[in-house]
Write a protein that binds this ligand. Structure first.
Ligand code: NAD
Length: 511
């Protein structure tokens, strides 16, 4: 179902410039000759100056200078900066959301949700600034105290993906700042305005609270900048979000210099639908996770593993819901599915559908472009569903588009094996009203993913939990729970107040 008309290039450019200015971006100073388009109409959105890898040494050195100051500031006082950041983000919620829609093509409600997530992580990090707890352990020696303390780590390099152009930065930055670390950010090439705007808002908060200006730096440019951060010995933690291909290049290089990396990579997320599932709730949960954000979330549901007794009904319900999805201008009210990011994403979707066909799959909904007459350079697609009997090679890949495979199972062990039988391990869910099934799915013998849900879809995580996944998803954890530990270094302290020198394990070393 096509929805609402597509705005012109001039309209979107004007909106982008005005919005970026309101966020504090010096648009004239940032101007240059590298052009970025909007997926809404495929036309030019901005022309900005790119920097390159030669800038990295100086930027990391300045960040290190800020670190030497910032690590001395008590953590609760560091929290005051993040508190102000959260207030300013809330003030600019609609502005940042507009830039996200313009650069990524997210529908307004999801773009606003992304900014809300930024505000939420700031709230979380402010509380965290008084809770960077270390443990005290009983020492085996009399008159000794054994404890651990957590200290700021150093410069954090952040490489981010196009599809969460602001939230991923904020997850890293809000936590890094309270942990005492400065951030150097290399955002996606596709989202420079959102990045400049987010950075400008933080720069204002930094100036207002009188923190070191170089706590936050952003480098607009290509992968060469990312590579330079990966190799730089001054980057203590490299937090990289993107494809598994990127993580494969980045992880070993950071490890090669004994740096610390936090990898948030691709997903191939499944939902099991059991015979006892509430199919109304299940259908809504699947449609949001599979077609929302035009299938461009790392947690997008890509596989439904449905019991053979309900698979036909589940498929029919999904096909019917997909037929009613309003596709179109993401900034128009009522749209639920915006465009794909670019032509390559569309081609990858079409090629996966063709491959699925050759591997025994049958396209039962969607596929192909829509709105191509109105927006010939944009890539609006009909979210697609493929029924397929086996988890073939195409099903094992992450295709970053709204393409959902529906597979049958007969017993619950088989369903769990299918859920786990892909190289990625980000998110998973089960729709069931059978408590034993739900418990098995979340148990050690259940899903092997980092996110394991019951009766909700695979996407739309809250910031309070640790976010990330296993296997080719990279193993990193960001955001809530104790993910902060990746941003700090731990020291174990033994303090002897006994006046004697007893050795551990009863060792005798009398001279
Ligand atoms: P991408 O891998 O193409 O790019 C991500 C970032 O990595 C960009 O900033 C890019 O410039 C940089 N980069 C690419 N190659 C690099 C290299 N060799 N060295 C250093 N930097 C490099 O990903 P994308 O298309 O922007 O985003 C989509 C992908 O990101 C999907 O696979 C999605 O699942 C994943 N993703 C994962 C999470 C998560 O939290 N697990 C979140 C969002 C997106």
């Amino acid at each position: 179902m096509a929805h609402s008309s597509i705005p012109t290039g001039a309209e979107l450019q004007q909106l982008a410039i005005e919005t970026a200015r309101r966020c504090g971006v010096d648009v004239d100073a940032a101007a240059g000759d590298t052009t970025t388009g909007s997926p809404i109409n495929g036309e030019r959105l901005s022309s900005l100056a790119w920097t390159d890898a030669t800038a990295v040494d100086d930027v990391v050195e300045r960040a290190h200078g800020a670190f030497l100051e910032w690590r001395k500031v008590p953590a609760p006082a560091r929290g005051a900066l993040v508190k102000r950041l959260g207030e300013l983000l809330a003030e600019h919620k609609d502005d940042l959301a507009a830039l996200i829609s313009l650069e990524v093509g997210k529908i307004t409600s999801e773009a606003r949700g992304e900014v809300q997530e930024m505000v939420d992580i700031c709230d979380f990090a402010v509380g965290l600034s008084r809770q960077l707890y270390g443990r005290t352990m009983p020492s085996e020696r009399p008159g000794h105290r054994l404890m651990e303390t957590w200290h700021p780590l150093g410069v954090v390099g952040v490489i981010s993906a196009f599809n969460f152009p602001a939230a991923v930065w904020s997850w890293n930055t809000a936590v890094a700042l309270v942990c005492g670390d400065p951030v150097v950010w290399k955002p996606s090439e596709l989202t420079p305005l959102t990045s400049l705007a987010s950075h400008a808002i933080l720069a204002r908060a930094i100036a207002e609270v009188g923190a070191p200006a170089d706590l936050s730096q952003v480098l607009i440019g290509g992968t060469d900048i990312g590579q330079a951060l990966v190799d730089h010995p001054g980057v203590a933690l490299l937090s990289a979000t993107g494809s598994t291909r990127m993580g494969r290049a980045v992880g070993p290089r950071v490890a090669g210099r004994f740096g610390r990396s936090l990898l948030e990579l691709g997903g191939n997320n499944a939902a099991i639908v059991s015979p006892s599932a509430d199919l109304d709730l299940t259908t809504r949960g699947i449609v949001f996770s599979a077609a929302g954000t035009a299938g461009q979330r790392c947690t997008t549901m890509r596989r439904v593993i449905a019991h053979s007794s309900v698979i036909d009904e589940v498929t029919e319900r999904l096909v019917s819901a997909y037929g009613r999805l309003p596709i179109g201008n993401p900034m128009a009210e009522g749209t639920l599915v915006g465009p794909l990011i670019h032509r390559a994403a569309y081609e990858a979707m079409e090629s996966a559908i063709a491959q699925a066909g050759s591997e025994g799959g049958k396209l039962v909904a969607g596929g192909g472009r829509t709105l191509e007459d109105e927006a010939p350079d944009a890539y609006y697609v009909r979210p697609a569903i493929v029924r397929i009997d086996e988890q073939t090679s195409v099903v094992e890949q992450e295709t970053f588009a709204p393409l959902l495979y529906v597979l049958p199972y007969d017993d619950f062990d088989e369903a769990i094996a299918l859920n786990n039988g892909v190289p990625q391990g980000l998110s998973s869910s089960v729709f069931t009203t059978d408590q034993a099934e739900a418990e098995r799915f979340v148990s050690a013998e259940g899903s092997d993913a980092g996110i394991v849900n019951v009766n909700i879809g695979t996407s739309g995580a809250e910031i309070g939990g640790a976010f990330g996944g296993e296997k080719e998803t990279g193993g990193g954890r960001e955001s809530g729970s104790d993910a902060w530990r990746a941003y700090m270094r731990r020291a174990t302290n033994t303090v002897n107040f006994s006046g004697e020198l007893p050795l551990a394990q009863g060792v005798d070393f009398t001279i």
